[in-house]
Design a protein around this ligand. Structure first.
Ligand SMILES: C[S@@+](CC[C@H](N)C(=O)[O-])C[C@H]1O[C@@H](n2cnc3c(N)ncnc32)[C@H](O)[C@@H]1O
Length: 257
């Protein structure tokens, strides 16, 4: 396993789409599209990964660009875009170093990806950059979640598996994690196996330590206010209803004055 400064790499990227399967019914999809339609275009999909959200929206005619820290995710996104006949603007950048020539009416950060920023300084810097990349009146919307570290250690379990279309091999992903509750850190391990004729013909393990952090809705609201956003509020679990600190899935939103 190679050491890189981005977490999503190798087999994690290669089998990301295959192991996720159909995501078209996920509740985040209609939620973020409404946010963009209400707030306006162009939009930026931060931590866009292989393009799940942005390509879907581009096919609906939405003007949306994408950025991700992982050059491997961006490369896979380009491949997916080619297959769909799309020509997206994609950038391999860390959100805390965001530096794109365009300004946006809406910035979305789906999939709790902001939680990959463990350091407070990185979170402040990323919010500052989002603010700078928005037009006046533009909206930032980030979906986040609160982990329930119970138990504090999860032993190896099969997370997902799928048949590789090219040769019919079984791709299996194992997962285990542990939590440092006091410091709100989740460490994860992913093991990928390629199985043919009941034999494991290839296996790789990826350690992400730290993987992500978490905080409550009221803390996220405070972060956005400190960064200069106004009309800061939170929705519960993609439902356009107010969130509270009891919500484990919420979206925090703010407007640039
Ligand atoms: C859970 S995946 C979500 C991908 C995509 N949004 C989706 O829903 O399919 C998290 C993504 O965040 C990206 N990421 C992690 N840290 C990042 C950072 N500091 N800046 C930008 N992207 C980051 C990873 O490379 C990965 O593609």
């Amino acid at each position: 396993m190679s050491t890189t400064d981005y977490g999503y790499r190798g087999m994690m990227v290669e089998y990301w789409d295959l192991l996720r399967g159909d995501t078209s019914k996920w509740s985040s999809r209609p939620y973020f599209i409404k946010i963009i339609k209400d707030s306006g275009e162009p939009a930026l999909d931060v931590a866009c990964g292989t393009g799940r959200v942005m390509f879907d929206y581009m096919q609906e005619g939405i003007d949306i660009d994408g950025v991700d820290i992982s050059p491997e995710m961006i490369s896979k996104a380009r491949e997916n875009a080619d297959n769909l006949g799309l020509k997206p603007n994609l950038y391999a950048q860390a959100m805390q170093n965001l530096d794109i020539p365009r300004r946006y009416q809406t910035i979305i950060v789906p999939s709790s990806s902001f939680l990959h920023l463990i350091n407070v300084a990185d979170r402040h810097e990323a919010l500052k950059r989002f603010y700078e990349h928005l037009n006046s009146g533009g909206v930032l919307a980030m979906s986040l979640r609160v982990m329930d570290p119970n138990p504090v250690e999860v032993d190896w379990e099969i997370d997902s598996e799928a048949i590789r279309p090219s040769d019919g091999a079984l791709v299996r992903r194992w997962f285990r994690c542990n939590y440092d509750v006091d410091n709100r850190i989740q460490d994860t391990e992913d093991r990928y196996e390629i199985i043919k004729d009941d034999k494991i013909i290839h296996s790789e393990t990826y350690i992400s330590s730290p993987f992500l952090t978490w905080y409550k809705c009221s803390e996220a609201v405070e972060y956005l206010k400190q960064a200069g956003f106004i009309d800061v509020h939170a929705h519960s679990d993609f439902k356009f209803e107010p969130a509270t600190d009891d919500d484990t899935s919420y979206i925090v939103l703010g407007k640039k004055p």
